[in-house]
Design a protein around this ligand. Structure first.
Ligand SMILES: [Zn+2]
Length: 260
């Protein structure tokens, strides 16, 4: 199973990283829809997307503005016909068909906030079910992190992934049991250890606590995401120490492709 990191920063895009968006191209699933969604045409699968939102904040949802254009560009790229006056209507129609088949899954509060912003777009909105069936025999479950954010776990026979964002990492937290043993853990990491107090206040994670979560949950691989756009919160200097707690730590970046 392939995972592509389309946007790995939080809060606001930078020159090198867009905000939260993660694509599973073989099954047409997006985890969050931040500004990284604009990278979609390079990878777009040929199935309508199912998008699972963690919460309503703009760094996780603003990319919905780019979905029509992404479908349109993808249609142009994959068509034998040129983009010209004779074919533009057909491309627009195809993009609109994909838009109308796009299903956005979230909790009721998130839908109440985000849906009105996109009232002109024909998305299908669905309240998250306790267990969601995924293509290729997969199952998605969700659980609450820091209010108002939801965490996700996706399991297929032989493959598993957990997505934890916008939360304060803590090895004693209830969510740690929910992500036990996954092949890949994508986890918010917003600050180095000496900014732990700040990251607690703003509801994000510092590196050592994330490593402790990965170790406690006995995941196979930890990929750090939702980095701070502020260079002063770079945690690279803490990585050596964190890898003594959990060795298999990778720093996620936009365009990173992961096989699991
Ligand atoms: Zn965020």
């Amino acid at each position: 199973m392939k995972l592509i990191l389309l946007g790995t920063t939080g809060f606001i895009p930078t020159d090198t990283a867009q905000t939260a968006c993660y694509l599973l191209p073989e099954v047409g699933i997006l985890l969050d829809a931040g500004s990284g969604l604009y990278r979609l045409p390079a990878y777009l699968p040929t199935v309508p997307l199912n998008i699972y939102l963690s919460h309503a904040h703009a760094d996780h949802t603003s990319g919905l503005d780019y979905l029509f254009a992404s479908y349109l560009l993808s249609a142009v790229k994959t068509s034998p016909y040129p983009l010209d006056a004779d074919h533009i209507e057909g491309f627009v129609e195809r993009a609109n068909q994909f838009l109308a088949q796009t299903c956005i899954h979230a909790d009721e509060t998130t839908i109440a906030v985000v849906k009105p912003k996109y009232y002109e777009l024909p998305f299908v909105w669905r309240t998250l079910q306790a267990t969601e069936s995924l293509p290729e025999g997969g199952v998605l479950t969700h659980f609450w992190l820091e209010n108002p954010t939801i965490g996700y776990r996706l399991d297929w026979p032989g493959h598993s992934l957990a997505y934890i964002t916008d939360t304060i990492a803590c090895p004693e937290a209830a969510y740690v049991a929910k992500i036990a043993g996954v092949d890949v853990l994508l986890h918010d990491c917003y600050a180095p250890d000496h900014f732990a107090a700040l990251s607690d206040i703003i509801g994000h994670s510092h590196l050592t606590a994330v490593a402790q979560v990965a170790a406690r949950a006995q995941v196979k691989r930890l990929i750090l995401i939702h980095h701070s756009p502020l260079e002063t919160l770079n945690y690279t200097a803490d990585l050596e120490h964190a890898r003594r707690i959990f060795p298999l730590i990778e720093v996620g970046y936009d365009g990173m492709e992961v096989d699991f």
